[in-house]
Ligand binder design. Sequence first.
Ligand SMILES: Cc1cc2nc3c(=O)[nH]c(=O)nc-3n(C[C@H](O)[C@H](O)[C@H](O)COP(=O)(O)OP(=O)(O)OC[C@H]3O[C@@H](n4cnc5c(N)ncnc54)[C@H](O)[C@@H]3O)c2cc1C
Length: 198
Amino acid sequence: MADVAVVGGGPAGLSAALFTQKNGLDTVVFDTDGTWMHKAHLFNYPGIGSQDGTAFLETLREQVDSFGVDRRQGAAVTSVEETDDGFSVATDDDSLDAEFVVLATGANRDLAESLGCAFDGDLVEADLTMETSVENAYATGAMVRAEEWQAVISAGDGAAAALNILTKVKGDHYHDFDVPDTAAQVFGDLADEDAGAE
Ligand SMILES: Cc1cc2nc3c(=O)[nH]c(=O)nc-3n(C[C@H](O)[C@H](O)[C@H](O)COP(=O)(O)OP(=O)(O)OC[C@H]3O[C@@H](n4cnc5c(N)ncnc54)[C@H](O)[C@@H]3O)c2cc1C
């Protein structure tokens, strides 16, 4: 059983996975690689001057992989159902149980609908932490937003969902704060190189 199942591997899903796995929750990402990022060129993602969307995604995939996310590329989720202790996430090949589920399927809201999440018109209802009306099920990106379709907003939605999950698991208000003094413990030589470059 995983702690977190993420459906969708665009900016929203990978951001959620980055935060949860980095902070110790076993996280599985299912993705069919239909992300809009393959059509985009980023000039408006803070901290990135100009980057092809596919290149951005490759870096993000490497980043989550480096923390140990179980990224199941090409695995289409066919259903998400509630169980006694979480959710069962099914593909054509197998199924996975997880305590939390993050839906990050872009504008496709089918799984949220079949799971029984409340809708407001065409949009999935979610609170500021991106939790839906189904406890421990989160929705992000275009499925909850009529207009704000931007990579950084989706990534923020995923991060908000992840921090809420971490708060539920670990207690208090969870902050994923790193500081320069501890960066070397996480990134080793890479942190040293960054420091040397400044
Ligand atoms: C032409 C174009 C240009 C754009 N330019 C910009 C730009 O300049 N700047 C900017 O910020 N944004 C831009 N965007 C928008 C940006 O690409 C999106 O906001 C962003 O990709 C949304 O991220 P997401 O993670 O919410 O969804 P997506 O990136 O759409 O990712 C959803 C993922 O879920 C997967 N998926 C769906 N259903 C399933 C399932 N059942 N099982 C498993 N996986 C599933 C899909 O294959 C996909 O990989 C552009 C979009 C387009 C179309």
